[in-house]
Design a protein around this ligand. Structure first.
Ligand code: HEC
Ligand code: HEC
Length: 349
């Protein structure tokens, strides 16, 4: 009886010890200087965003991560960046076709994944934002997203003891301003790099593709890659890929930015990296799965009248060919990125 009690006490003691060690210094969430080294993956072009004026440090990255996961950025503290950008979906949003913001308000567009952002200089489906650092102003101030003002966010951060401490750690002084807020967010999102998919290993020559995947790649190269081009799977152009506009959304696409009627219903060619995880698809999330996407591309009779003529190369695909392309697209899933602990929610600890 006594010895049983001793065991129970010992067990409880050890449990508390182990539990505490997790709370205090869980290595899963710890960011070291090795974690914030920017390495350009082999075969990737030169990034367009330059960290030269935003030197990455572990403390700034950690601050950016905290902000990304903190609903303090929204008016009623209900929405964080991560409410819409879910890690497991390569930071897109699984299930919602259109983004859901503050007070249950529904936006006009599908949430985009966040990956390889430093290779872009035009963000959003219409390319309306040209700098990674200013990009968060959009969701923070958008009435159907976070509905807040930058100055109010900065005020809230100034009155928050934890943030006072975190900003001091990151910048060695007590100044909290919007520039610092935006720069640290850019460090966190800018390091979200996906370059470790099976496709990348295939290109390196370290793994082989199945016959199905090989055939899918072949079809993809001749029929899809003139738009979904190169190692980033986009040529960064704006195109009409044949989907007819959803008139209820009144979304003019790229025309919203250029006012050029020729750009009507064109959208930025999205990267297809991690596409298996970023459903639903297209700027309005109209397709729930890749089969529906392939059915669309394979049905020219149903294309919008102003469709991009390079779609003519696709023609009608057999079920077998569609399946092969889908098998290839799934090789773009990058589990190293999806499970990268550096981007995990630090509040889980
Ligand atoms: C209410 C949902 C919502 C919230 C909250 C939100 N986003 Fe987004 N995000 C979107 C949508 C929708 C798009 C595409 C918008 C468009 O094309 O008009 C997007 C696009 C982006 C892009 C552009 C990606 C690309 O490849 O062009 C970045 C970067 C981004 N968001 C970062 C953030 C950050 C950082 C925050 C927090 C400050 C944030 N988002 C908060 C829904 C949201
Ligand atoms: C003419 C250029 C072009 C060609 C060719 C093309 N696409 Fe696209 N693709 C786009 C554009 C533009 C979009 C975004 C359209 C939108 O949302 O309105 C897109 C969207 C997608 C999406 C959805 C991605 C997401 O994140 O929502 C997938 C998947 C896709 N394309 C696969 C393919 C495949 C597979 C092929 C070949 C069979 C192909 N595309 C050929 C331009 C093209």
């Amino acid at each position: 009886m006594r010895s049983k009690l001793v065991y129970i006490i010992l067990f409880l003691f050890l449990s508390v010890l182990i539990f505490n060690s997790f709370i205090d210094d869980n290595p899963y969430f710890k960011i070291t200087s090795d974690d914030v080294i920017l390495t350009i993956p082999k075969g990737f072009p030169k990034p367009k965003y330059n960290f030269k004026n935003n030197t990455i440090t572990p403390e700034k990255f950690v601050l950016g991560r905290k902000l990304f996961y903190d609903p303090i950025l929204s008016k009623d503290s209900s929405m964080s960046c991560a409410s819409c950008h879910q890690r497991i979906a390569a930071f897109a949003h699984i299930d919602h076709a259109l983004s859901h913001g503050i007070n249950g308000l529904i936006g006009k567009r599908n949430v985009m994944p966040l990956q390889n952002l430093i290779w872009k200089d035009a963000y959003m489906w219409d390319g309306g934002v040209n700098n990674l650092e200013v990009q968060p102003i959009n969701p923070i101030t958008n009435a159907v997203e976070m509905n807040e003002t930058l100055s109010n966010v900065v005020n809230k951060l100034k009155h928050n003891k934890v943030y006072a401490e975190e900003f001091k750690k990151a910048f060695n002084d007590t100044i909290i301003n919007s520039e610092r807020l935006l720069k640290t967010l850019a460090q966190f999102t800018g390091l979200m790099i996906s370059s470790n998919s099976r496709y990348d290993k295939f290109v390196e020559g370290t793994i082989q593709f199945s016959d199905t995947e090989m055939n899918g790649l072949k079809i993809f190269k001749t029929k899809c890659a003139n738009c979904h081009k190169g190692t980033l799977f986009t040529d960064n152009s704006y195109r009409n890929n044949g989907i007819k506009p959803d008139t209820s959304l009144k979304d003019k696409g790229r025309e919203t930015i250029t006012n050029n009627p020729e750009d009507n219903n064109t959208f930025q060619v999205p990267s297809l990296r991690n596409v298996e995880m970023t459903y639903p698809y297209m700027h309005d999330g109209r397709f729930r799965n890749l089969q529906q996407v392939l059915n669309h591309y394979s049905n020219p009779k149903n294309f919008d009248k102003n469709y991009d003529l390079s779609l003519n190369k696709i023609g009608v695909l057999s079920e077998q060919e569609k399946g092969d392309v889908i098998a290839f697209l799934k090789t773009l899933t990058d589990k190293v990125f999806l499970y990268d602990r550096r981007f995990a929610d630090p509040n889980m600890k």
